[in-house]
Design a protein. Structure first.
Lengths: 769, 138
């Protein structure tokens, strides 16, 4: 039976169900012979079996059902009234059909079930008119029903209950031990001798091996199993904390069983993707004819299974992609020939498992997507600026087709290209936690790739803390985590105007403070300062950093729907109960992105402005000075107010400190060589003039005395080494010389210890007077 | 006769039709829902089910419960889903006849009026009947 065709299997299951219904209908029909509904139902059933058996080349079955159908037509059209013998005969027909089905179930052939008797009896009934009754009853070998006072009674209970055993191999009789069935079974008796040796209970027939189950019931089961898994997690946690060995063992056992149960229940919801694919050939065929294309459709991996609800959700996007491929992807035969291709385009659909996902590929060998066209369109629509496009890779540009309102169709056809294109596909796929991307080579073809999670009900998520509350971030959105050094406040967070950004491996990552979005804590600014971790997430085609206080762990969570009015807030995708019993909201990263990142255009502008600043900032300009003995020291140019050359004799002493009068104020001095312990160099007589680097903050200034000004150069922060000495921040290589980086703050304090004290602004002045 | 589960809120006696009430219990830890409309007190885990909690005090325009006082939860069914209502204290189940019913007085505060169906005149006090559906639709 293993090699039995799927179609035959389905036919058997369906027919068995139909026959059961037929039994009931026929008996009911006898009670109310005029019922058109019942007659039609009976007729339909027989007709269906006849049609399918003809299609599957079961000729005996077809013949017998054909005869039955003829009889039913007379009944339906009112040429004949339903009476005992007719019912009898029809029930006998049902039994014969059942016998044939059983034979097919056993070995795939109709076996040797005799049908001629029944066909003959039907013929006689139809033609015999007056004699019909006698003939029919005689043939049926059960004269009682027709001739006794209560015609229907014996037939009614007997026929529906026993026919299975009755018509199955006659040898089954001893097992069943019911004498009457032979009445109906007899016509079949001479035939199926070889099969008779089988024990009817040993092999389950196709019809018994599968049942139809209400989808709602499966959904409910799925939910309950989800709860069970959560309860199990709680028990496991409790057991892990205690010393009770018995409890621990039981918890482990529970863990196993619940896990297996979950897997089993999930399997019941799995359906092959074939269910959705099966209609593609027709769609492609019609569309190809309509668009004047020649398309060959290839499908592989149709048996890849997906959760039922997901299958439903990918139906439309898949159809859309297929339509798109035929309409826009594959060229007309003439174009193809001109391009040196076969006139017949190839559209292939492939489904397979990869990385815990189901991947569905829709590939065509058509004209491909031209990145230049896309770029032009993106520019025209204002989605991207020319500068942005210039630095984007071809792949990135092609993926712009997923933007809302983006359609490259030059003319709107009634097939696709109404401007509700790929963005809808993307939205739908992302709604089920999937992803879609596209790969294309001009002239060679396009591949659309959908990544679909295996199931919706349970998903891995990262739990994070924000302002004391827990939230779950779906792993599918998560790219990486970046820990911020909380000791140095706001380490690495910079601001473009008021928008926080972070430099992640040289690229600018817009930051969104979760506390700010949720308006919890003490405002968005405070949120950014408290944040300990950046969760780098991907939403739509955009990457951004979600600032959270803390990351807890990853958990498998069961998604619970939210009340509509909470859902409408537009920040939460659902809620879940965590392992410790707490409720956590699941963040809808896409919505947060849309909400927080304002419009993309604005973000792009902000980023661009920042890029300009960044170029200056990343290569900071430094002033390189010499401090004797060939030592070179660099200080940030930004902190330098001016350079001055003053006569050495202007230096005065105040309380052991050197000062000069400078532009009407007293300028404290620090000799950098002394600060950096470089003094005592050979020939270090005081020069006639001192070279000062004047450093100003607010209205206060200090002068750093240096030997010579060497240069102003660009300093690449990436080359710094952290060899540190007193007064230094590190060192680097500038102009082929090792140069020390001055700790400006330390040097300034050497000149004026109270320089940074705001409340001591007149300290020094007071001392002088 | 109708049966009502009664509870108090800021000294007043309120009631919910007994057929709508699933259970009454001590308040659970709530998970707050930032950005939620006023009156949503958060989500609770009711035996594995995530249940929306509505703060009736906020819905009725009463001030918050005194510091340290523990509210109770009355879990009611709204459109087949449980919704938990936060109340001060749970009272008895009372039987009242239709003759004791009065529509809400015109002088009732507008915020109250939207969630109060009317009042039953009990011997000692008035029992205000809560419109569960509109109260839960915080």
């Amino acid at each position: 039976m293993e090699d039995m065709d799927d179609i035959v299997r389905e036919f058997l299951v369906e027919s068995h169900e139909n026959l059961d219904q037929l039994d009931q209908d026929l008996v009911a029909l006898e009670g109310s012979p005029g019922s058109r509904d019942l007659l039609s139902s009976v007729f339909r059933t027989v007709h269906t079996i006849k049609g399918t058996s003809g299609f599957l080349a079961f000729s005996q079955l077809e013949r017998v059902t054909h005869a039955g159908e003829n009889l039913l037509v007379e009944l339906r059209d009112g040429h004949r009234a339903m009476d005992g013998p007719t019912t009898d005969l029809l029930l006998r027909l049902v039994d014969t059909v059942r016998a044939i089905l059983a034979a097919i179930d056993r070995d795939g052939t109709e076996g040797a079930v005799a049908v001629d008797d029944v066909i003959a009896a039907i013929g006689e009934l139809q033609h015999g008119g007056a004699t019909a009754t006698a003939t029919a009853t005689a043939t049926a070998t059960t004269p009682e029903p027709a001739e006794t006072v209560e015609p229907a009674a014996p037939v009614e209970p007997a026929a529906p209950v026993e026919p299975v055993e009755a018509v199955e191999p006659a040898a089954a009789d001893p097992v069943v031990g019911v004498p009457q069935p032979r009445r109906i079974g007899e016509p079949a008796a001479p035939g199926p001798a070889p099969a008779a040796t089988e024990d009817p209970t040993s092999s389950r027939g196709v019809a018994d091996a599968s049942i139809r189950v209400d989808v709602d019931l499966l959904d409910a089961l799925m939910r309950q199993v989800g709860e069970l898994v959560l309860a199990r997690n709680q028990i496991t946690r409790l057991a892990a904390g205690g010393e009770d060995a018995e409890l621990t063992r039981t918890a482990q056992r529970l863990h196993l069983i619940a896990g297996e149960l979950q897997e089993g229940v999930m399997k019941t919801r799995m359906q092959p993707i074939e269910h959705v694919w099966s209609k593609m050939p027709r769609i492609v065929r019609d569309l190809a004819a309509h668009c004047d294309r020649e398309v060959q459709l290839e499908m592989t991996g149709g048996d890849t299974e997906l959760d039922r609800s997901l299958l439903e959700a990918v139906k439309d996007p898949l159809t859309h992609l297929v339509r798109n491929a035929v309409d826009h992807g594959i060229e007309s035969p003439a174009e193809r020939v001109a391009a040196g291709k076969r006139p017949k385009g190839l559209l292939s659909m492939r489904a397979y498992h990869a990385g815990g996902q189901v991947v569905v590929e829709i590939a065509d060998d058509g004209r491909g997507i031209d990145p230049e066209k896309i770029a032009a369109k993106a520019l025209e629509r204002g989605l991207r600026t020319a500068e942005q496009l210039a630095v984007m890779s071809q792949g990135e540009i092609i993926n712009l087709v997923f933007h809302a309102g983006f359609s490259t169709a030059e003319s709107v056809t009634n097939v696709s290209g109404r401007g509700v294109g790929m963005d809808v596909v993307r939205t739908k796929i992302e709604a089920i936690g999937g992803a879609v991307d596209v790969d294309s080579t001009v002239g060679r073809g396009t591949v659309w790739r959908l990544g679909i999670p295996l199931t919706l009900a349970i998903m891995p998520a990262l739990t994070v803390e924000c302002a004391g509350d827990l939230y779950a971030v779906p792993q599918v959105n998560l790219l990486e985590l970046v820990a911020l050094d909380t000791q140095r406040s706001r380490a690495g967070i910079e601001y473009v105007h008021s928008a926080p950004v972070y430099r992640l491996r040289g690229e600018l990552l817009p930051l969104v403070s979760l506390a700010g979005v949720l308006q919890v804590g003490s405002g968005p600014e405070a949120g950014a300062e408290q944040a300990g971790v950046i969760a780098v997430v991907q939403a739509d085609q955009q990457r951004f950093g979600l600032l959270v206080d803390r990351v807890l762990n990853t958990e498998e969570i069961v998604v619970k729907p939210l009340a509509a009015r909470l859902k409408s807030i537009g920040v939460y995708a659902g809620a879940t109960v965590l392992g410790d019993g707490r409720v956590a909201l699941i963040l809808d990263v896409q919505s947060i992105a849309r909400r927080a990142l304002a419009s993309e255009g604005e973000l792009a502008r902000a980023t661009r402005e920042f890029d300009v600043e960044l170029e200056v900032a990343a290569t900071e300009q430094v002033l390189v000075v010499g401090i004797g003995r060939g030592r070179r020291v660099a200080m940030p140019l930004a902190s330098v107010a001016r350079l001055e050359l003053v006569p050495a004799d202007q230096v005065e002493l105040v309380g052991g400190r050197e000062v000069i009068q400078y532009r009407g104020t007293i300028l404290p001095l620090a000799r950098l060589d002394r600060v950096l312990r470089a003094h005592g160099a050979a020939g270090a007589q005081d020069p006639a003039e001192l070279l000062l680097v004047v450093y100003t903050l607010a209205e206060r200034s200090v002068g750093l005395v240096v030997d010579e000004i060497v240069d102003i150069v660009d300093d690449d922060a990436g080359q710094h080494s952290d060899i540190v000495d007193t007064g230094l921040l590190g060192s680097t290589v500038l102009g082929d010389r090792v140069t020390e980086l001055l700790d400006v703050r330390g040097a300034v304090l050497a000149a004026d210890p109270s320089f940074y004290d705001a409340d001591a602004s007149h300290h020094l002045v007071g001392a002088i007077r | 006769m109708s049966q009502f589960v009664t509870f108090t809120l800021g000294g007043g006696l309120y009631g919910v039709a007994v057929t709508r009430v699933q259970e009454a219990l001590r308040a659970h830890t709530r998970t707050r829902v930032p950005l939620a409309p006023v009156g949503v007190a958060g989500l609770v885990n009711l035996r594995g089910q995530v249940v929306l909690t509505v703060d009736l005090r906020a819905r009725l325009g009463l001030g918050p419960l005194a510091e340290g006082a523990e509210p109770m939860m009355v879990v009611v069914q709204v459109d087949g889903e449980p919704v938990s209502l936060l109340v001060d204290e749970i009272g008895d189940v009372v039987d009242v006849g239709p003759e004791a019913f009065e529509p809400p007085p015109d002088t009732l505060d507008a915020r109250m009026r939207s969630v109060i169906l009317g009042a039953y005149k009990l011997d000692a006090e008035l029992l205000l009947v809560l419109d569960v559906d509109s109260a839960a639709a915080a």
